[in-house]
Design a protein around this ligand. Structure first.
Ligand code: NAD
Ligand code: GLY
Length: 350
């Protein structure tokens, strides 16, 4: 199935299939002669050879730049190396960069594509559940700085997103859970079918769940590409989650922190914002079904103190996303000092 995203700075197709054969025809790479595939060592071993032969057969000159897997690779050093890699092979503006892998590869390759010669074509081939449902769509690209995650980046929409769900067969269980944390966030934002399908089982409805998530993101990105308003709701559950990740020294996987953060906000919203308690209970049950945490090993005060350093906080205030009910979330600007009372779930006001 194909979902067309009409972002203000450029439209593109997101193709979702189980077993994509004709990947070259989906690239939409225009006049490109050269393709640079940016991947990581794990994904290269599994999927690069097949992609290379398909692209070579279609007439492209293909070059591969492989990073070590893991978040630590999303750094300035590797970013500059990718730019040099493109320059040494005389890539021009008509050529293109393909990200083959998870969100780490997608973010750094996208930022390189956004900035090399002030921007060249970029194609996403996501291979994790998280990158299929979140990071490959919407045009956010980034690298991490020593001071924090995603602190340098650009909005740069891809020319095409190609999702082959067969690649999920090799994805480790922890990474499936990572993606599920974000999917449960979408289920709260939208309610309805995506929630029901997740309750029924990811394996049973894989393509439809991914398509539903992409479609939710499509609607939000089309309305607010650069996150000046509506797009902030995609941070549902993320304010406590980011604090917990930082407090854990980034040992806590993002999707796990998001799942717990979603539950903290649902309980607090039930206590303070009129969200039905049965909605909070329904989301808790869903997280438990997939073995995701519903609590964080930190006090509300610790989470509040850490929120001061969140890049989305402005001075003494933070944009917090709360739930009125499943299917109705909203962004509220609130004093950081109110967070611990709110997170405690005892009816603390915002
Ligand atoms: P990841 O890219 O680190 O991939 C997770 C692990 O899975 C890696 O070890 C990778 O080698 C391996 N892997 C990938 N595909 C595989 C496959 N099919 N089979 C076996 N192993 C495979 O992690 P991620 O969760 O995909 O992405 C996390 C990153 O995404 C973070 O840097 C985060 O900041 C970013 N992100 C960006 C956005 C955005 O909008 N740009 C949104 C959410 C997250
Ligand atoms: N992952 C949040 C966003 O794309 O805005």
């Amino acid at each position: 199935m194909v979902i067309r995203v009409e972002a203000p700075s450029g439209g593109y197709d997101v193709t979702i299939e189980n077993g994509i054969k004709d990947v070259a025809s989906l690239l939409c790479a225009g006049r490109a002669e050269k393709i640079a595939v940016i991947t990581d060592d794990n994904v290269r071993a599994l999927y690069y050879n097949d992609l290379e032969s398909r692209l070579t057969n279609a007439g492209y000159s293909v070059y591969c730049c492989t990073l070590q897997h893991g978040e630590a690779s999303k750094n300035g050093y590797n970013y500059l190396n990718i730019l040099e890699f493109l320059a040494e092979r005389a890539f021009s503006r008509k050529d293109a960069v393909v990200a083959l892998g998870g969100g780490v590869v997608g973010d750094i390759a996208g930022f390189a594509a956004a900035t090399y010669m002030r921007g060249i074509g970029f194609i996403q081939i996501p291979t994790t559940l998280l990158s299929m449902t979140d990071s490959s769509v919407g045009g956010k690209t980034a690298i991490d700085l020593h001071s924090g995650k995603n602190l340098a980046g650009a909005f740069w929409q891809p020319l095409s997103v190609i999702i082959d769900t067969q690649t999920l067969k090799t994805l480790p269980d922890t990474e499936i859970k990572n993606g599920l944390g974000e999917l449960i966030k979408y289920a709260v934002i939208e309610g309805g079918e995506i929630l029901e399908m997740l309750e029924d089982g990811l394996e049973k409805h894989t393509e439809s769940i991914i398509a539903a998530a992409v479609d939710i993101k499509r609607k939000i990105v089309e309305a607010d590409e650069k996150e000046s308003g509506l797009r902030r709701i995609l941070n549902f559950g993320h304010t406590p989650a980011h604090a917990a990740e930082k407090l854990s020294g980034y040992a806590m996987p993002h999707g796990f922190a998001v799942a717990a953060g979603v539950n903290i906000i649902m309980n607090a919203s039930a206590a303070s914002c009129g969200c039905p308690a049965k909605d909070a209970a329904r989301i808790k049950k869903l997280c438990e079904k997939y073995g995701l945490p519903t609590e964080l090993p930190y006090t509300p005060e610790q989470l509040q103190n850490e929120a001061v350093h969140d890049k989305k906080a402005g001075g003494a205030f933070v944009d917090l996303v709360i739930a009125r009910r499943i299917g109705k979330v909203e962004c509220v600007r609130t004093e950081i000092g109110n967070l611990s009372g709110f997170y405690s779930g005892n009816g603390g006001k915002l």
